[in-house]
Design a protein around this ligand. Structure first.
Ligand SMILES: NC(=O)c1ccc[n+]([C@@H]2O[C@H](COP(=O)([O-])OP(=O)(O)OC[C@H]3O[C@@H](n4cnc5c(N)ncnc54)[C@H](O)[C@@H]3O)[C@@H](O)[C@H]2O)c1
Ligand SMILES: NCCCC=O
Ligand code: NA
Length: 501
């Protein structure tokens, strides 16, 4: 299919408010996941560019036009960015879809969320002005104390490809709201819209250096950011393996990190549900939205045995309605996965599951009607035991594992039988049971009678190997603030610890 009428802009690195060619002049091709064709390229930053961007960020913090701004002044920039995102929404959605293969509908949804997130942190930036200095009453005459909340400094924001601009925004918006200067390093697999964010910042007159955008490979552009002595904090979203590398490198400088990593989240379905179809739809959405490339995807269905066969039959019927097509086609509900590497990885997971004795109930291969592109059918796998790789590891593709249970205890044990701890869902009309599960689930996000709805007012993050720290909400802002206590001695009396000479 021909590329629709949207031009992929050719950009450089966004540093110090300007477009700047990478020192080594290297570029990385953009491969369309839908057609496998090269559709453009992005600049590839290296250590030399990281140094230049960090200097620009430090200068921004030292200049009044950024370093001395109030939250209310920063809020104006955030709102202007939000307005530009909405103005360019349909173009940005198309670019996102072309780049990472997500359906145009979901990409447009993301752009609304991106704009709303900038708006939300504009409000929080304004509110910060009155919380910047908080007096603490010690009930002592001789001391006056207060606590300051200040921007943490220069922050490195390293983000993945599954929601390219949205995951970047979850970090960029609060970092700017807090008054930090940021360097964003998006994924080399999907950087187009993040570079457009640079153009938007330029257009709205965001002071130079407040946000810098370095595209490039992880080891070449991300790693030097993590080990740079003048980067004060790293906020990372991505895979567990990269998270370990980042934490290890940051530890050498005792640099704070927040890590939003992967998951293998459960959805537990009880037989007391009134409306089977409603639950079937949440189950599908929970695992196959964004072609399953969602950190919180509920990819382990834990199903009460008494309804298992009826539920699976309905799932199979509903799956037939999932339109698999070029992601730009109307009504497409499942596009390709992001890259050939991800495609091979997902198919390997499926074939290993087969080798280990699991049953592929549906899907499991490339859809026959898609001759090109990294498409994988929505896949359901049964006859699983808990030692299988498919049960234990994050696939990050449209693959649902199913296991059945008889008792509540068994369901909880299966749900928590994972090294990850990002999200859990339970479907039951018994609200007391929902409450018991809320307590028992070892995850940072709990969905009751739904799966995946995400609201920016709520903290987002996990436990166990899903990482630590929280994006979004007021917790997301705290990530970028330093707490400083100030203690003033107000008495004229001598301290009188030593004897006066
Ligand atoms: N918890 C969450 O909120 C959340 C959200 C989205 C995605 N994810 C996770 O992200 C993963 C998929 O994303 P991905 O494949 O882009 O992850 P990834 O770890 O491969 O890459 C993430 C980012 O890290 C960079 N990177 C790679 N090596 C690096 C290094 N040595 N030093 C510094 N940076 C480096 C990459 O270039 C990219 O920008 C999945 O595991 C998914 O669950 C988590
Ligand atoms: N709904 C947004 C989920 C982000 C993680 O992948
Ligand atoms: Na891409």
């Amino acid at each position: 299919m021909a590329i629709p009428n949207v031009r992929i802009p050719s950009r450089q690195l966004y540093i110090d408010g300007e477009w700047r060619e990478p020192v080594k002049k290297n570029r990385i091709p953009i491969i369309s996941p839908a057609t496998e064709e090269t559709i453009g390229d992005i600049p590839a930053a290296t250590e030399e560019d990281v140094d230049i961007a960090v200097e620009a960020a430090r200068r921004a913090l030292g200049r009044d036009d950024w370093g001395s701004t109030t939250g209310a002044q920063r809020a104006k920039y955030l709102r202007a960015i939000a307005a530009k995102i909405l103005e360019r929404k349909s173009e940005l959605a198309k670019l996102e879809s072309l780049d990472c293969g997500k359906t145009l509908f979901e990409a447009a949804w993301d752009m609304d969320d991106v704009a709303a997130c900038f708006e939300y942190y504009a409000d929080l930036a304004e509110a910060l002005d009155s919380k910047r200095k908080t007096p603490v009453d010690l009930h002592l005459d001789s001391f006056k104390t207060y606590v300051l909340r200040e921007p943490i400094g220069v922050v490195g924001l390293i983000t993945p490809w599954n929601y390219p601009l949205l995951m970047a925004t979850w970090k960029v918006a609060p970092a700017l709201a807090a008054g930090c200067a940021a360097i964003l390093k998006p994924s080399e697999l999907a950087s187009i819209t993040c570079l457009e964010l640079g153009e938007i910042c330029r257009e709205v007159g965001l002071p130079p250096g407040a946000l810098n955008i370095l595209t490039g490979l992880g080891p070449e552009a991300g790693a030097p950011l993590v080990s740079h002595p003048h980067v004060d904090k790293i906020a990372f979203t991505g895979s567990g393996a990269t998270g370990v590398k980042i934490m290890t490198a940051a530890a050498q400088l005792v640099k704070p990190v927040t890590l939003e990593l992967g998951g293998k989240s459960p959805i537990v379905v009880f037989d007391d549900i009134d409306n089977l179809d409603l639950v079937v739809e949440w189950t599908l959405f929970g695992c196959f939205a964004n072609a399953g490339q969602v950190c919180s995807a509920t990819s382990r269905l834990i199903l009460q045995e008494s309804i298992a066969s009826e539920f699976l039959e309905r799932l199979l019927l509903w799956i037939k309605n999932i339109k698999i097509s070029d992601p730009l086609e109307e009504d497409c509900k499942l596009g390709p996965v992001v890259s050939s590497g991800q495609y091979e990885k997902v198919l390997k997971f499926i074939s290993k599951a087969k080798d280990e004795g699991a049953t592929i109930l549906c899907g499991g291969e490339r859809p026959q009607h898609m001759k090109k592109g990294y498409y994988v059918q929505p896949t359901i796998i049964t006859d699983i035991n808990t030692s299988m790789e498919i049960w234990k590891e994050e696939v990050f593709g449209p693959v649902l594992c199913v296991k059945t249970f008889k008792t509540e205890e068994e369901a909880i044990e299966l749900a928590n039988d994972t090294k990850y701890g990002l999200a859990s869902a339970i479907m039951s009309k018994d609200l007391e049971r929902c409450e018991r599960f809320t307590k028992a689930f070892q995850t940072g996000i709990i969905w009751l009678n739904c799966s995946q709805p995400t609201f920016m007012q709520l903290p987002w993050g996990g436990r166990k190997r899903s990482g630590f720290g929280r994006d979004l909400g007021e917790w997301g802002l705290e990530n970028y603030l330093n707490i400083k206590q100030v203690t003033q001695y107000t008495s004229d009396e001598a301290w009188a610890f030593y004897k006066s000479p």
